[in-house]
Design a protein around this ligand. Structure first.
Ligand SMILES: Cc1cc2nc3c(=O)[nH]c(=O)nc-3n(C[C@H](O)[C@H](O)[C@H](O)COP(=O)(O)O)c2cc1C
Length: 291
């Protein structure tokens, strides 16, 4: 590497190291050979194109690495926003981090027993755990009504309290629709029976059809609906078309999504699964009795 090169002024000792590096010397010889080629030659065109690809790949990789912490931060923020939203605590101009820290309490629950368990709530990732054979249970065909194949043994639930009294129980739910696994939250009253709200923060159903699961007007139909019938069975679900509020059982029914029967069935199934004994029924029983 020629020492009078302007780069040396800035690279300093690194320049001397490069000077002694045999790989760099090889590269420099190759570079000089390419630069001496005719601009119209095929070799030079290919070499320049490949060099450009190489430089761009490095830039993209550097950007991806540099932006990773920001992406993680944005994902966490978005999750908090969704939880505040389903809890009815999201207003225009709400400071997400502050509102979440002040009003939401995250807890880990052993789904099978319904007991709270110790652990690093912040760090726990239920979706990751569901993919880990040690941390998940495989569902049999009969159990897997939500078509999720496996579920994490431990779930991350959220509580909204006022003067130590539970105002909302926010449960993570997911299940398969037509095209995608729909991930969301279901917020219930402290009775573990009355729906406050539902939202889906990650789904890939068709916009305007199954994607209407995120439509605020449709979501509003869930408020006040009941989960369990008199015999304790999960009765909450979607109907095809519009619910006739004069008919018995209307309190368990929500309007189906127009032109999206398969997504609607998916939503019904995921509610059935997560509210059943396989899901959060044991936990809801404990909240009802112990608070
Ligand atoms: C391009 C395309 C996208 C569709 N997206 C959905 C969807 O997201 N959810 C769904 O349930 N059905 C979707 N459907 C319709 C289904 O294929 C199926 O016809 C429908 O679920 C039956 O419901 P219906 O009886 O309400 O029409 C889509 C159909 C087409 C052609």
């Amino acid at each position: 590497m020629p020492n009078e090169n302007i780069m040396c002024k800035y690279l300093g000792p690194l320049c001397e190291k490069l000077d002694k590096c045999e790989h760099y010397q090889k590269f420099a010889r190759y570079r000089d050979k390419v630069l001496s080629l005719n601009n119209d030659s095929l070799e030079k065109t290919i070499a320049v194109a490949l060099s450009l690809c190489f430089v761009c790949a490095i830039l993209v990789s550097l950007a991806a690495v540099a932006l990773k912490p920001l992406q993680i931060e944005n994902k966490a923020m978005d999750m908090k926003k969704n939880i505040l939203d389903v809890a009815g605590l999201l207003e225009e101009g709400t400071d997400i981090h502050t509102a979440f820290a002040q009003q939401i309490e995250a807890k880990l629950v052993d789904v099978a027993t319904g007991d709270y368990v110790d652990g690093d709530v912040e760090a726990y990732d239920q979706r990751k755990a569901a993919k880990d054979p040690e941390l998940s249970v495989v569902l049999s065909k009969g159990q897997d009504i939500a078509s999720i194949k496996k579920r994490a043994k431990i779930a991350k639930v959220y509580l909204v309290k006022q003067d130590d009294v539970i105002k909302s129980i926010i449960l993570p739910v997911h299940g398969y629709g037509l095209w995608s696994t729909m991930y969301g939250f279901l917020a219930l009253d402290a009775d573990g029976q009355t729906v406050q709200s539902i939202n889906f923060y990650d789904q890939a159903e068709t916009p305007g059809l199954g994607g209407e699961v995120v439509n605020p007007n449709w979501r509003a139909l869930w408020a006040g609906k009941k989960v369990y019938d008199e015999s304790g069975q999960v009765a909450l679900g979607l109907v095809k078309g519009v619910v006739d509020s004069t008919k018995p059982g209307a309190e368990y029914k929500v309007d189906g999504l127009a032109g999206a029967t398969l997504t609607s069935v998916g939503v019904t199934n995921l509610v059935k699964y997560w509210m059943s004994q396989e899901g959060f029924a044991a936990y809801l029983d404990k909240v009802r009795t112990k608070g």
